[in-house]
Design a protein around this ligand. Structure first.
Ligand code: TXA
Ligand code: MG
Length: 336
């Protein structure tokens, strides 16, 4: 059931559902989450079951404000505090050392906890309403509200289509960011970028004076992060990433097979076959991120076996801003 997230009664209904151990489809500015009370292990177990997610992939705990960190994290290094001051509420998740025994089902007992303070007004309202309940809900665990490995949802309708009418989903409109939060591991003495997103590597460096390491630069004992698995975000169609030149050459060769292919292009295509399914990727990185998952779902709904995608720029002045979109496309392509 989809409820209007603008209504105070919907916010109260969602907060109560969370307190009673039920799941809620929750809008955030990045993607919609499948939410449960972080301190209710049985409720969190339902998230893993509904998503088909392996139990050893920890969940992000969402909090209303930076003050709620003390309920989950043991310590906040200086650079993490600087990131919080600069980017919360917003699309940034920090991995911090966990207080013993809290949010056990979400952390998978890893000794670290992923914390994020979302900016979306509906998410904020639900988190604040939860804090007012007796007993309070201090944190809400929420992975993206999609089945494991599939495309993340950016509208309430996407969530309802994936989990059916029994799930309470708050409608908060289409997500403004469109790809999941940037994840920075703050447990290793230096910032480590586990997942690129709208808060870019450059922005992190500007704020804390250190360039975040890539996870490849670390030893192989990094905690599991399903948003960081090589093959993820898979549409049903096989997705192929190509350069503009490769795409132009391939499209020029198409004849009767054109209707079997959807093309997500950035450069104008010369004389494409008339029955080819075309969609243009927005020119700016932020717009492309906002539309990415929704466009991939639309192209997938054409039931074509193949989606050809023009890869984002690697050598332009704004190529760093494309890291999040490039990452999601590379992993969608690896799944095929
Ligand atoms: O934008 C987002 O982050 C969305 C919205 C709903 O907030 N959530 C999201 O959750 O993308 P999910 O579960 O799809 O991805 C969370 C990522 C996973 O890759 C998970 O493994 C990682 O965060 N993660 C969570 N806690 C962790 C921890 N303690 N150590 C390492 N990785 C962790
Ligand atoms: Mg996900």
């Amino acid at each position: 059931m989809i409820l209007d997230g603008q209504q105070a009664s919907s916010i109260q209904a969602a907060a109560r559902a969370l307190a009673q151990g039920r799941l809620v489809g929750l809008p955030t500015e990045t993607v919609y989450g499948l939410a449960a009370n972080a301190d209710d292990d049985a409720a969190v177990a339902q998230i893993f079951a509904a998503k088909g997610r392996p139990a050893d992939h920890p969940l992000i705990v969402h909090v209303a404000d930076a003050a709620a960190i003390t309920r989950y994290a043991q310590a906040v290094p200086l650079f993490a505090q600087q990131l919080i001051d600069a980017f919360w509420p917003g699309p940034l998740t920090l991995i911090l050392p966990c207080l013993p025994g809290v949010a056990r089902a979400s952390t998978g007992g890893q000794g670290s906890v992923g914390l994020r303070c979302p900016a979306h007004p509906v998410a904020q309202a639900v988190l604040r309403a939860g804090q007012q309940l007796q007993p309070p809900v201090w944190g809400v665990s929420a992975p993206s509200a999609n089945k494991f490995g599939r495309i993340s949802p950016t509208t309430a309708a996407h969530v309802a289509a994936e989990f059916g009418d029994d799930l309470l989903v708050l409608d908060g409109g289409a997500c403004a960011v469109g790809i999941e939060s940037t994840i920075v591991d703050c447990t290793r003495g230096v910032p480590v970028l586990l997942r690129p997103g709208a808060v870019t590597r450059d922005a992190i460096e500007r704020v804390c004076g250190q360039r975040p390491l890539s996870k490849e630069e670390l030893a192989a004992d990094t905690p599991r992060a399903s948003g960081t698995l090589l093959a993820h975000y898979a549409p049903n169609a096989k997705l192929r990433l190509m350069t503009a030149q490769q795409l132009q050459a391939a499209v020029a060769l198409l004849g009767d097979d054109a209707p079997a292919i959807a093309v997500y292009h950035r450069s104008p295509l010369r004389s494409p076959a008339s029955r080819l399914h075309l969609r243009a990727m927005p020119a700016s990185a932020a717009e492309a991120a906002r539309c990415l998952f929704s466009d991939l779902r639309d192209l997938d709904a054409l039931q074509v076996p193949l989606i050809w995608v023009e890869a984002p720029p690697e050598d332009t002045a704004d190529s760093a801003a494309w890291e999040g979109v490039r990452d999601r496309l590379q992993r969608a392509a690896a799944a095929g």
